[in-house]
Write a protein that binds this ligand. Structure first.
Ligand code: MOS
Length: 763
């Protein structure tokens, strides 16, 4: 009846679904177009909304005249701060109520004449067609009184102030005396890195369809957290939570950009209330840039000291990031540096500046993604200083316990990842000299870097219904953003109940379902798996209870501990019967079990456990790049990622997600960069024509290898995989470029001008 028994069954080689690369269950609906995303929901009297964006970074609206827009045929209304119905102000962030996390800004849209960033929505045009709304929006041209704005990160960065941390993410650490150890170290590097801002570019731009029925609200939305979105909307519009339903069964990618409630969602709901009709607000790509925060830029210093044998004696990592003055969370840029390498002296500090720009937002591995660029580049440079293989350097500094916190390591197969990766990639065949490997006009280099992201498990409510026909329905308000979330939970439930995968259906993406944590922090799969395991266990107990007291049942009086779920029923050795038979005997047409973990209790346990055990996903990237010796063109030609992500439930969907993180990392490394005009604070490249995400031609074959060992302290041994794969990617590329050309690029993205021959080498 317990997970342990299922484990035994698995060990005995019984056919199970966990571990099998099954196709994603929603794949067919997606490729046939049957899957409807947020913007694709139609209502008979649907109206269309378009935002008008402020063109100054800071100021007051002195005049806003909707008259011209109203003359456009089909325009229904123009909402401004002068006529919009009020929303309640956004809640401030509170660590005691994590749902406040989805409130990214203190700005209450259309409530005042104030402008806090260039691009802030200052009006909403609602029309019969998207075209009319779009045209009319161009005719709303507010007059502004401009106020002085601080928008230039590079100029403000020296005035940064220390970040505030929280118990799970401290903003500083001191162990020993890193400054003294660094000064005394016989071998050292001391480098300054910069990373640019990056914007969210999910394949599905943010969209909302909002429908009011009296004071009841239904919202079709692409979101990473329906429960918190519902709570936030209820609060902002002054209606009970039970009267708000958020539907989000299909989401075209989130990556952190759909984890919060941004302007488009709120203003769609506001517009629908104002015009008394369903309203669709589908953001243009540019509107996503202007209203949905992106990744902070950063300046980082990493200084490493080592003895002659390559053992680290000092690690210094300091960072500056930015938030908006009207919101945004300071990024934990040095987070991975707390965990990656053993050193007796460690000094970590995170600083932040506030600018008059849109609030920043989480983006895949916020903190670690850019922090590991600096740390892992510096480690590589230290290997050059030492004349040591970078894999060997990392092996020599692999800790036995968490380097800062001192916790024991729940499971950490980084040594194995380095060794396995080096072997599979052919690392030993690499000529260690810089610039020594050539292929015609190409300079060829190999680079590697570590990947690391902590693992988190949150409470998830789940219900499981078993029908007399043997069909199982798992219900959980989790999110499917394309990563295979529902598929893996169906695999888990099928195994736990001993039924075929084809008889399991998973319902998700609806706030009317039991509450689950959002898809964020790489936490969803393990969290929901915990709920699914518990609910299935409860269900089996209920079903067995029916059987045990039924006269004539082969399970009558059987001890629960010896009963297992298999072959579509419950069995004690060879004795037992199908679920259908048990339910029929008991006169039931279904049995349902639900688990609802208590959030405070769960979090208290999590914090306690965090003091004793460090749990994380980790891995090693290996790559080959080719740099054109005359033009500086950089092509990534080969990639291997070896990951320790605990037990792999579905090697197919997991590989796809890990590859996605690597592709996103390639964009970070080589081409992506949000350009903010340092005078006006305006994003000048808000679209895919000017902001370059990797295309197929930029992405080589990416091999993924799993170490596939369960974590002893997580549900099913699962460790989240959403974020780990982007960490270390940019460093691996930079390290390969260093090997190919002899040039250390410290400033992302690594564009060809930074490696062109004839450029002065960096100091
Ligand atoms: Mo994320 S950046 O935890 O969606």
């Amino acid at each position: 009846m317990t997970t342990t028994e299922t484990e035994r069954e698995r060990a005995a080689g019984a056919a199970t679904y966990v571990g099998r690369p099954v196709d994603r269950l929603d794949g067919r609906a997606k490729v046939t177009g049957e899957a409807r995303f947020a913007a694709e929901h139609h209502y008979p009297d649907l109206a269309h909304a378009v935002l008008v964006h402020a063109t100054v970074a800071r100021g007051r609206i002195t005049a806003i005249d909707p008259a011209a827009a109203r003359t456009v045929p089909g325009v229904i209304d123009v909402l401004t701060h002068e006529n919009a119905p009020p929303m309640k102000p956004p809640p401030a962030f509170s660590a005691l109520d994590l749902s406040t996390f989805v409130s990214p800004t203190s700005v209450n849209y259309l409530a005042t004449d104030e402008v806090h960033w260039s691009g802030q929505p200052v009006a909403v045009v609602v029309a019969e067609t998207p075209e009319a709304a779009r045209h009319a929006a161009t005719l709303v041209r507010p007059a502004y009184q401009e106020l002085p704005a601080v928008v230039d990160f590079a100029a403000e960065e020296p005035g940064a102030v220390p970040q505030k941390g929280n118990p799970l993410q401290p903003a500083a650490a001191d162990k020993g005396d890193a400054a003294a150890a660094l000064a005394a170290a016989p071998v050292k590097v001391d480098l300054r890195f910069t990373t640019p801002p990056y914007n969210h570019n999910a394949i599905e731009p943010h969209a909302t369809v909002a429908v009011w029925d009296g004071d009841r609200l239904t919202v079709h939305e692409g979101t990473q957290n329906i429960a918190w979105t519902r709570k936030h909307l209820a609060m902002r519009f002054g209606v009970p939570e039970r009267d708000v339903r958020v539907l989000s069964p299909y989401v075209g990618g989130g990556f952190g950009g759909k984890g919060m409630v941004w302007a488009g969602t709120l203003l769609a709901v506001l517009a629908a209330r104002a015009v008394g009709r369903p309203v669709r607000l589908a953001l243009s790509r540019a509107a996503v840039y202007h209203t949905v925060g992106g990744r902070t830029p950063s300046t980082q210093r990493v200084a490493l000291g080592a003895d002659a044998g390559g053992r680290l004696t000092a690690i210094v990592h300091t960072s500056v990031s930015r938030t908006g003055r009207a919101g945004g969370m300071a990024e934990p840029i040095t987070a991975a540096t707390r965990h990656l390498y053993a050193a007796p002296n460690i000094h970590l500090r995170q600083h932040v500046v506030q600018l008059d720009l849109l609030a920043n937002s989480p983006m895949r591995a916020p903190g670690e993604a850019i922090g590991t660029f600096a740390l892992e580049s510096a480690m590589d440079e230290l290997a050059w200083e030492l004349g040591m293989d970078p894999v060997e350097l990392r092996l020599r500094n692999e800790p036995e316990r968490d380097p800062v916190g001192g916790q024991r390591l729940s499971r950490r197969l980084l040594r194995e990842a380095y060794a396995e990766g080096a072997e599979r990639f052919g690392w030993s065949g690499r000529d260690p000299r810089a610039g020594a490997t050539r292929d015609g006009r190409w300079l060829v280099g190999m680079g590697m870097a570590a990947a690391y992201h902590p693992s988190l498990v949150l409470p998830a409510s789940v219900s499981v219904r078993l029908g007399a026909d043997g069909r199982v329905v798992v219900r959980c308000g989790m999110q499917e953003m394309g990563m295979g979330a529902a598929t893996v939970q169906a695999q888990i439930a099928a195994d736990e109940l001993g039924v075929p995968l084809s008889s399991v259906r998973v319902e998700y993406g609806d706030s009317a379902l039991p509450d689950a944590p959002g898809a964020g922090g790489s936490a969803q799969t393990a969290s929901v798996a915990g709920g699914v395991l518990a609910a299935c266990d409860k269900l089996k107990r209920s079903v067995l209870a029916l059987a045990r007291r039924a006269p004539g049942s082969p399970l009558r009086g059987r001890r629960p501990a010896r009963v297992e779920a298999r072959d579509g029923g419950l069995y004690h050795g060879t004795e037992g019967e199908s679920y259908a038979a048990i339910l029929a005997r008991a006169g039931r047409d279904h049995v349902t079990a639900e688990v609802k973990p208590s959030m405070p209790l769960f979090m208290a346990r999590t914090l306690l456990e965090h003091r004793r055990w460090m749990k994380a996903a980790c891995g090693a990237h290996f790559c080959e790049v080719r740099v054109d010796r005359d033009t500086g063109e950089i092509r990534v030609s080969r990639w291997l990622g070896v990951f320790d992500v605990g037990r792999v439930i579905n090697a197919k969907t997991a590989a796809s997600q890990l590859r996605g993180g690597i592709v996103m990392g390639l964009g970070m490394a080589l081409s992506e960069e949000t350009l903010v005009d340092p005078r006006t604070g305006r994003i000048v490249n808000p679209g895919l024509a000017d902001y370059h995400v990797p295309v197929h031609a930029d992405v080589p074959r990416i091999d993924i290898h799993y170490l596939d060992e369960p974590d002893p302290r997580t549900p099913l041994g699962l460790v989240g995989i959403g974020e780990v794969s982007i960490t270390g990617v940019a460093a691996a590329v930079a390290n390969a470029v260093r090997h190919a050309t002899g040039r250390r690029v410290l400033d992302l993205p690594i564009t060809l001008d930074k490696v062109l021959p004839g450029q002065a080498p960096p100091p």
